[in-house]
Design a protein around this ligand. Structure first.
Ligand SMILES: Nc1ncnc2c1ncn2[C@@H]1O[C@H](COP(=O)(O)OP(=O)(O)OP(=O)(O)O)[C@@H](O)[C@H]1O
Ligand SMILES: [Mg+2]
Length: 149
């Protein structure tokens, strides 16, 4: 599915809708979402609104320096924790091993959003989702959501 966003607010609205769809259909199975798109495409903007829609009360900030942050989900059934990763600085998925990411992506009730997931492609589960954001113009983005397979 493809969505054309004309502003950050558009992207936020779309992300909130996607959050509700994913969690409604996910049945508590872990959801892994690879966020692709160049610097400033809107990956963090998408994640912030996605988290907010799930009842994450803390403000989601980019985890560029800490690599991974987790947040409690309180607003939807069957999901309890959202993980946000930013792999921009990583050279290989081996750098994620100390964080336990390999186990986290299999935990029921978890949602994992990964910026720059291209850099750790080999650890993503086969049925992960891809949200690809194309920078078209200053305020315009094409957002594609698809299941990898
Ligand atoms: N339609 C749009 N959707 C999303 N962001 C937009 C849009 N139009 C303009 N922007 C701006 O683009 C920027 C997106 O920044 P954001 O941090 O979300 O990008 P990112 O993909 O996470 O970048 P990085 O790779 O550095 O982590 C913000 O400043 C936002 O206001
Ligand atoms: Mg970002």
């Amino acid at each position: 599915m493809m969505y054309v966003s004309h502003s950050p607010e558009d992207t936020q609205r779309f992300a909130r809708e996607q959050a509700m769809l994913f969690t409604r259909e996910g049945e508590g199975h872990p959801i892994v979402i690879a966020l692709e798109g160049e610097l400033g495409a809107g990956k963090t903007t998408f994640t912030q609104a996605f988290a907010e829609a799930l009842g994450v009360h803390e403000h989601v900030k980019s985890p560029t320096f800490v690599l991974m942050k987790h947040y409690h989900i309180v607003g939807v059934p069957k999901y309890h924790t959202l993980y946000h990763l930013d792999c921009y600085r990583l050279n290989s998925s081996a750098d994620l091993l100390p964080l336990g990411t390999g186990d986290i992506i299999h935990l029921p009730g978890t949602i994992i959003l990964i910026e720059w997931a291209e850099r750790v492609a080999d650890i993503l589960p086969r049925n992960h989702w891809v949200v690809h954001i194309d920078h078209i113009a200053e305020q315009e983005r094409n957002i594609t959501v698809k299941q990898n397979n």
